[in-house]
Design a protein around this ligand. Structure first.
Ligand code: ATP
Length: 354
């Protein structure tokens, strides 16, 4: 079990990680998801022991490995964790085999056992044939495999990944994603994976912590986040494409959805943002009752359906529809919302309970 309690990291007056609590069971694949600068790398570095928490504790399998309140930290090499970086950080003067073997040598493993383990992990990552090559003689994707093999060789209980696929091209990323999931199933180590790519998070995670400004916005399964986002931030950060959030304002005795007067009444006075999943919107070539005239800004085919994004300057809406509109880019389309939103948020983006 990985347990994080009241974890805080301040750099001077700036709080990068703000009182985070979460725990995942053994073998979980936890993804830390959030926009640039939200504190996810700082959190991962504290898990790795590279950064000392200002307050709070980290526990691996019931053993405290970092304690910010006591200003105490188990050394990165002695906390039974392994870190895979975005840059592969392989030793350039060592062969593939040498790189994978290195941490085992450092750990004092005997020669015969070492040989067996190196063969085993190289086979697991499919890099056996590259063993005599040097890092500059193999591709980026192969280097990442070597880096992963080197990290898992000493059998760490917790595997930490810092955006490990971000330097790979799109096709290789998808392949490596499946590869990492296979690896996770095989070795079963609890994994923590940092990314700002919500697709990666949604496909790989058993648990996702969405982080915003150093705090957890929501912690749950990928399904929870899409079906039941706890905040407008989560609703617009996850999902392919993400949900639409539309402002609802008072208009005399009635309400307006964006610019249109509506019969819709918010469930509570403070409900001022309505969420509409993209598959619930319709797109029309002509004006229809309640539709918004907007400029078509993006159109693409996704799995045989069409994703249409249109904007009127103040609001941007995305719909997933079966048939593309006649309009071309920069031309006018008419976007229509369903009668009722999927859920409501207050002006601060907090979910209003149904
Ligand atoms: N050593 C440091 N000194 C001062 N501020 C820091 C330090 N390290 C990180 N920060 C700040 O803490 C915040 C969180 O940084 P962090 O690297 O954890 O973000 P991130 O979510 O991983 O972002 P990215 O996806 O861009 O890597 C940022 O505002 C960053 O500028």
């Amino acid at each position: 079990m990985l347990d994080i309690r009241n974890l805080t990291k301040r750099f001077g007056a700036f709080t990068a990680v703000d009182d985070i609590n979460l725990s995942v069971p053994d073998g979980a694949f936890l993804v830390l998801l959030g926009p640039s600068g939200c504190g996810k790398t700082t959190l991962l570095r504290m898990l790795a022991g590279l950064e000392q928490p200002t307050a709070g504790q980290i526990e691996f399998d019931g053993v405290v490995v970092s304690d910010g309140d006591r200003n105490w930290n188990v050394d990165p090499a002695n906390r039974n964790s392994g870190l895979v970086f975005q840059s592969y950080a392989l030793w350039p003067h060592m062969t593939v085999r040498g790189n994978v073997e290195w941490p085992l040598k450092v750990a004092g493993m005997g020669k015969a056992e070492r040989k067996g383990r190196v063969e085993e992990v190289m086979a697991l990552l499919g890099i056996g044939e590259l063993q005599a090559r040097y890092p500059n003689e193999i591709s980026g994707g192969q280097q990442q495999r070597v880096a992963i093999a080197r990290t898992i060789a000493p059998r760490p209980g917790v595997l930490l990944f810092d955006e490990p696929l971000s330097n790979l091209d799109a096709k290789l990323r998808v392949e490596m994603r499946s590869e990492l999931m296979r690896l996770h199933r095989t070795i079963g180590a609890t994994s923590v994976y940092v990314t700002h790519d919500q697709i990666e998070a949604m496909t790989m995670a058993t648990h996702v912590a969405v982080i915003n400004r150093g705090r957890i916005e929501q912690f749950g399964s990928p399904e929870d986040l899409v079906r039941s986002p706890a905040s407008a931030f989560v609703a617009t950060f996850v999902g392919t494409p993400p949900n639409n959030i539309v402002p609802i304002t008072r208009h005399g005795s009635a309400y307006k959805v964006h610019t249109q007067v509506t019969d819709l009444a918010p469930p509570m006075p403070q409900a001022s943002l309505a969420m509409y999943p993209p598959e619930c919107l319709t797109v029309h070539d002509e004006m229809t009752p309640g539709s918004f005239a907007m400029e078509l800004v993006e159109i693409s085919v996704i799995a045989g359906r069409t994703m249409v994004t249109a904007s009127d300057g103040a609001l941007r809406l995305t719909a997933i529809v079966d048939r593309p509109p006649k309009a071309r880019l920069a031309e006018r389309v008419h976007m229509r919302l369903p009668t009722a939103p999927a859920c409501w948020f207050d002006a601060q983006g907090r979910r209003i309970p149904a």
